[in-house]
Design a protein around this ligand. Sequence first.
Ligand SMILES: NC(=O)C1=CN([C@@H]2O[C@H](COP(=O)(O)OP(=O)(O)OC[C@H]3O[C@@H](n4cnc5c(N)ncnc54)[C@H](OP(=O)(O)O)[C@@H]3O)[C@@H](O)[C@H]2O)C=CC1
Ligand SMILES: O=C(O)[C@@H]1CCC=N1
Length: 269
Amino acid sequence: MNLGFIGAGKLAHALAKGFIAAGLTKGNLLTVSCAPEDTLSAETFKQLGATINYDNKEIIKKSEVTIIAVKPDVIPQVLTDIKDVVTKKNLLLSVAMGVTIKQLEQGLPGNSRVIRVMPNTPALVREGATVYVSGTHATEQDCDLTKQLFGSVGICERVNEYILDPVTALSGSGPAFIYTVIEALSDGAVRMGMARDLAYKLAAQTVVGAGKMVLNTQTHPGVLKDNVTSPAGSTCEGLHHLEENGVRSAFIKAIEGATKKCRETAKKQ
Ligand SMILES: NC(=O)C1=CN([C@@H]2O[C@H](COP(=O)(O)OP(=O)(O)OC[C@H]3O[C@@H](n4cnc5c(N)ncnc54)[C@H](OP(=O)(O)O)[C@@H]3O)[C@@H](O)[C@H]2O)C=CC1
Ligand SMILES: O=C(O)[C@@H]1CCC=N1
């Protein structure tokens, strides 16, 4: 598949490498734009075999499917850059946090085929979690292609747009929250005498294992937690400390805060 990327940052890298690993495209089939001063991103894409072009119009002309992966405040500029060259042949997939279908469609010619996608960086290792929302003029074939593309690098679900901001908070930002948990658990283990390398390895595999238990056994997380917690054992001692320090409330507030930030971004566009 020929793929265009407008924006060659962290997410674009993760997606490109994931799609290549999944066999859906090849490095030399990618056409990518970035800010001219962003030599590091350009270099990383060049190493994949991609063609770099600093003119966003050229990406649209060369690729039938383009992923727009710039920061939300750059979206208006990108839409202005490309609107004269977008035709019915182009499918545009925007991953920008807080930028609505309506805002995207308003900046483009009528009938433009737009899909809003919220992936996450674990797409790099084909363990991503993605949702997408169809725009007004995207076809069922466009939705199928989006599902095929992002489904090749993890799970991919179609949703209604009203849920996109909490999704962004949960699975879009979520990897950062989990990395913080992995670091903190490891710091605790190091404090108790464990070597750091072993601590990161055990903490990360524990997150992978617990996640797979929830997905594969379809058992309520509370039941799975109870199965680990022996009477008067060490786990309930650890859980007691987490509850005393408001761990649940901290995560709930993290999702609430991140969701609100997405909503503020939508209002500013
Ligand atoms: N990172 C993540 O985990 C996720 C990110 N997203 C969304 O993806 C988008 C990109 O995020 P992320 O990859 O983290 O951000 P980055 O800052 O890493 O990437 C953005 C890229 O766009 C480039 N850029 C800036 N201006 C232009 C322009 N006019 N034309 C073309 N490229 C330009 C930037 O160059 P320069 O650095 O020189 O400005 C940079 O390379 C955001 O909208 C974000 O909400 C969604 C889900 C997850
Ligand atoms: O931090 C951000 O704004 C983006 C959206 C989701 C993950 N990263």
